[in-house]
Design a protein around this ligand. Sequence first.
Ligand code: C5P
Length: 233
Amino acid sequence: MSDVVAERIIVALDVGSKEEVETALNRLPSVKFVKVGMELFFSTGPDLVRSLKDRGLKVFVDLKVHDIPNTAAGAMRSLSRLGCDLLNLHCSGGLEMMQRAQEAVSEPTKLIGVTQLTSTNQTILNEQLGIPGTVEASVLNYAKLAKQAGLAGVVCSPLEVTALKEACGPDFLAITPGVRPQGSASQDQKRTMTPAEAIRAGSDYLVIGRPIMANSDPNGAFLKILEEIEVEA
Ligand code: C5P
């Protein structure tokens, strides 16, 4: 198994305590890259991120920051100092906010934009947020703005990756949740692709939670996904 391919699967540690993280990681010896979301970060704090880095893991801190440029930049600076590999913020904060945030991060952190949440559909976009046009057009608009600001890439649905790479180029990173191995339940994810399909479409990193974390053999589930994508990668 190559580490390079293993690092393309980011396992979402969607649990609420450091004890649960410990249990999960002990059952996932092959995992190289993990995601810490709001639930876990807000209950355990920055120390957990430091301890994950000390274990030799890569870490995506998924806090989807959205604030005025000065505050967003300060948040990114603090998080970047923890040594996070990926951090994100909402593109809807605008160009200056993203530029200032980008200036505030340092190696090894890569900054990623959140375009439209996958829970935002056409009706919500047009009628509640007041943004005309299609969801895909809005995602591409935000992605181009993120690229202009110097960000490394965006989070998007695997179904948007082809259009994203056409609009922003092959080196602009696509981080995709909404991935479901063949035969596993889609749960609340609506528009899914299998890991191999997502890699074939051009995804750089797959974010996968429950199909690994809720499996009775999480490491086996992880290795099976790896085997599937190694053929494509
Ligand atoms: O369990 P599952 O594979 O659906 O987990 C996907 C992870 O990716 C979750 O942590 C979820 O919050 C996150 N995510 C997502 N859709 C987005 C952004 C993040 O599913 N648009």
